[in-house]
Design a protein around this ligand. Sequence first.
Ligand code: FAD
Length: 391
Amino acid sequence: MDTTYDVIISGAGPVGLFLACELASAECSVLVLEQAEDPHSPLKQMPFGLRGLSAPTIAAFERRGLLDQLETSKRVKQAGSHVASAQAGHFAGLPFFYGDIDSAGWPSPASLLSEMAETEAVLTRRALSLGVEIVRGVAVSGVEQDAHGVLVQAGERAFASRWLVGCDGARSVVRKAGGFEFAGTEPEFTGYTMQVDIADAERLQPGRVMTPAGMYVQSQPGYFAVQDFDGGAFHQTGQPVTLAQAQAVLRRISQTEVTITALHAATTWSDRARQVTSYRNGRILLAGDAAHIHSPLGGQGLNLGIGDAVDLGWKLAVTLRGDAPEGLLDTYHAERHPIGAQVLDWSRAQVAIMRPTPEARALRAIFGDLLKTRDGATYIAGRVWGIAAKD
Ligand SMILES: Cc1cc2nc3c(=O)[nH]c(=O)nc-3n(C[C@H](O)[C@H](O)[C@H](O)COP(=O)(O)OP(=O)(O)OC[C@H]3O[C@@H](n4cnc5c(N)ncnc54)[C@H](O)[C@@H]3O)c2cc1C
């Protein structure tokens, strides 16, 4: 351990990489520790790796000259975004359409589709070109801090830095080892993302289907997202999804006796909604999913995390340079915590009207009508695309 870095970042996901670029472009020395040996995963590729980017995220990539490198947005044009009748997005599974949105005065494009694998590859290239050290296959296992710096433990190895930022995702070790309080609400469902072969696929409708038991989406033949209101029980077990489990869930939610013949890829997620009560504890900070988790409904998590990185990057760089006014770094929590709290509530509101209950179905019908109005569609699109943050 000969080097003391300005900043160690735990996690080379999109948020950790974006932050690394921000810091390195301000001439900070940055080490990124990433537990995965291999950055590739089918879950980061199309269609599972598809992520909607909101207007502030698009602007952040554009400012850094990276937007043109996101080729996915050119290949997968938002299906017919120029056609008024094309779907622009959804709220709780209820579609809203381009033709209903009053986007006068909004940035263009206000949203883009991206692929996780490509976004990470673009950010990795930029980080390396700026001199960031990225070490893969090293999982952070513990942290210790004093008034001058942080000692980061990764198994038998130790690394020293002046600051540590945990960007290590929803199950963040930095959050746990760093003594952060993680407050919020427990899940109502387990979400499944899976790629399967089905013997009798024609029995299931394509697209998003609400049933009395939950919801499933078949985005392409064999590619499913399923929402099972089991109180989040299966996701919490941490068990891998087996073919038998995938089939049982798909049958129960679709209420169709389909037969899965092969399971190619699967993962689970939930609507557990939690946020750290402070984004900073001494010399340790958190950003991205490490700081806040919620269901992916409405596609907000990546955008929220990039917003954290944009806000934190320059503040930490100025602090390291010694030019920061008193309290500058604490404005990171003050500014980002309320925005994170809004996103958690946004996802909770969607879950509330997706429950398989008569009350939720009644409320969903009213929301569906509101989304067909110009004001309704404009309000929801503005919130989803980060244009009209709630006062
Ligand atoms: C199905 C689905 C759809 C989604 N759609 C959208 C969308 O359309 N728009 C949107 O904005 N968001 C979306 N999200 C959310 C988005 O993917 C996440 O919010 C985003 O990936 C968070 O980025 P991150 O860098 O904070 O964390 P992650 O992407 O989780 O990256 C964390 C990194 O840290 C590494 N790591 C973990 N533990 C350690 C450790 N101990 N030591 C070192 N490294 C470690 C991990 O290997 C990983 O590389 C979706 C999520 C899901 C599940």
